[in-house]
Design a binder for this molecule. Structure first.
Ligand code: NAD
Length: 486
């Protein structure tokens, strides 16, 4: 097994050959085979969940002190660092990420996340609850609230930031004393396999398990396993709602981080150069394959034509191409199937009557690779599909607004509620609008700038629950009250 050729799955501390062999991983920038990934059977998925259950019920991990768990997680982070340069190449080859993105936000983010939760593992799980006098002078009700692990956590991750997302799940889950079964997206699972191998070698057997396969039956079997207590899922709203339904009969806990169609609100008094850079982020950051992309660009009427013209002109300056080439800012989409999906969204946007102000096609100079030009739709309404459905590609839809109230109403007229951006020279207005938006995060006069200590999650169809920073410890633990009288 090498980082680029993974034939096995990790069950109870052993790498066992995948029952259904392997399938090829395709480099989205060249369309050439970049590696091989394991195709597990449903029985292997169930066995992995059982192994995680055994490790939870009989193994040392949940019974260790937080300090002991933290020390092992820190050791795993160090072990990961030693393999980072190989993993950057694997990540570029399987995800199509630009080198800078692969180095910092993909591979480089992993040890930072593991270390953060290694430090948090050390914190006491106990919270004092203030004593209260009991009625009739019967004494004081005293007690403490303590956090305990939920049990076996299924960690199901999406294709866009595979390792980062996985580290953001297993970090807090393991810090709390849970055991995990990881299932990455089938299109780019190699980095996640390496992460599970590295962490699995440091932790007791069965604490980290890894399964993989192309079809939905792999994820479904994991969600349905009676050995799984919680599903931590990041991915599309369509699959998230399915998982929520599958978890309902046994009331399994879910943490759902789902899709978005976030508003990017630009007022006429904003620093327009900065706002322009922010508005272009769905093009320049991982080709728009980011859940928090501000793809609904709401621009004050008085500057709408000027702002969208500047944006369309700026798009022509963006270099689209091979992610390994210096100066390239827009790489490929992850797969042929995903490019087909994005092109379908663009075609339907045109059919609905929105105007393609720039892009809309495959770049003529790139005959190979799954590229789409940075695309801007103008003349759109918020009722059109291109303004309502997540595209998950380099596609922005611009809509004009008259005033603050209309900007807020348009932004909130969405099934999603993940993120929002406000650009204005009037700081009180920035805060007022941020409070009015029904989304999990709002950035005022700044791009995504994700704060690793901030809570992260969505309103409405963008998800249930919060992770991020110390908030994740709540997501991955049960809260128990132990009371006594004095
Ligand atoms: P997806 O929903 O197609 O797949 C996500 C994962 O679910 C994959 O591992 C997939 O194999 C698995 N899966 C598919 N069907 C399943 C089923 N029936 N049961 C269990 N698991 C199943 O998503 P994707 O295309 O990999 O990723 C893109 C989506 O992820 C976008 O919608 C994006 O917004 C979302 N996303 C959200 C966040 C966030 O934090 N909110 C972050 C990144 C990506």
């Amino acid at each position: 097994m090498t980082a680029a050729n993974v034939e096995s799955v990790l069950i109870g501390g052993e790498w066992v050959p995948a029952a259904r062999g392997t399938y090829p991983i395709v480099d989205p920038s060249t369309e050439e085979v970049a590696g091989a990934a394991p195709e597990a059977s449903v029985e292997q998925v169930r066995a992995a969940a059982r192994a995680a259950r055994d490790a939870f019920e009989q193994g040392p991990w949940p019974r260790m002190s937080g300090a002991e768990r933290g020390a092992l997680l820190a050791k795993a982070a160090e072990a990961f660092r030693r393999e980072m340069s190989t993993l950057v190449d694997v990540t570029i080859a399987e995800t199509g990420a630009l080198r800078g993105v692969a180095e910092s936000q993909q591979v480089g983010a992993v040890p930072l996340r593991l270390l953060k939760y290694a430090e948090m593992a050390v914190r006491s799980p106990d919270d004092e609850v203030l004593p209260r006098p009991m009625p009739g002078g019967a004494g004081l009700a005293c007690g403490l609230a303590t956090r305990e692990p939920v049990g076996v956590v299924a960690c199901i991750t999406p294709f866009n930031f595979p390792m980062t997302n996985c580290a953001g799940k297993i970090g807090p889950a393991l810090a709390c004393g849970n055991t995990v079964v990881v299932k990455p997206a089938p299109v780019d699972p190699l980095g996640v396999a390496a992460l599970c191998r590295i962490v699995g070698e440091v932790l007791p057997p069965g604490v980290v398990n890894f399964v993989n396969g192309v079809g939905p039956e792999i994820g479904e079997a994991l969600v349905d396993s009676p050995d799984v207590d919680m599903v931590s899922f990041t991915g599309s709203t369509t699959v998230g709602t399915r998982i929520q339904a599958a978890c309902a009969p046994r009331l399994k806990r879910t943490l759902l981080e789902l899709g978005g169609k976030s508003a990017q609100i630009v007022f006429a008094d904003a620093d327009l150069a900065k706002a322009l850079r922010g508005a272009m982020q769905p093009w320049t950051f991982h080709s728009g394959q980011i859940c928090i992309a501000g793809t609904r660009l709401l621009v004050e009427q008085s500057i709408y034509d000027e702002f969208t013209s500047r944006m369309a002109a700026a798009a022509k300056e963006l270099r689209v191409g091979d992610p390994r080439t210096a100066g390239v800012v827009v790489g490929p989409l992850v797969s042929r199937a995903h490019r087909d999906r994005v092109e379908g969204c663009i075609a339907r946007g045109r059919d609905e009557g929105a105007v393609v102000a720039c892009g809309g096609k495959r770049p003529a100079h790139l005959p190979r690779g799954f590229y789409v030009e940075p695309t801007l739709f103008t003349g759109a309404t918020n009722a059109m599909e291109i303004a309502r459905e997540e595209v998950f590609g380099p596609v922005v839809t611009a809509i004009p607004f008259r005033d603050e109230d209309e900007a807020i109403a348009l932004a909130n007229d969405s099934d999603y509620g993940l993120y929002g951006y406000v650009w204005t020279g009037d700081t009180p207005r920035g805060l007022r609008v941020a409070r009015a938006l029904r989304t999990g995060t709002v950035q005022v006069n700044s791009g995504s700038g994700m704060n690793p200590d901030a809570p992260f999650g969505g309103y409405k169809l963008s998800g249930i629950g919060r992770d991020g920073g110390a908030y994740a410890l709540t997501a991955y633990s049960e809260l128990k009250y132990i009371g006594w009288t004095a």
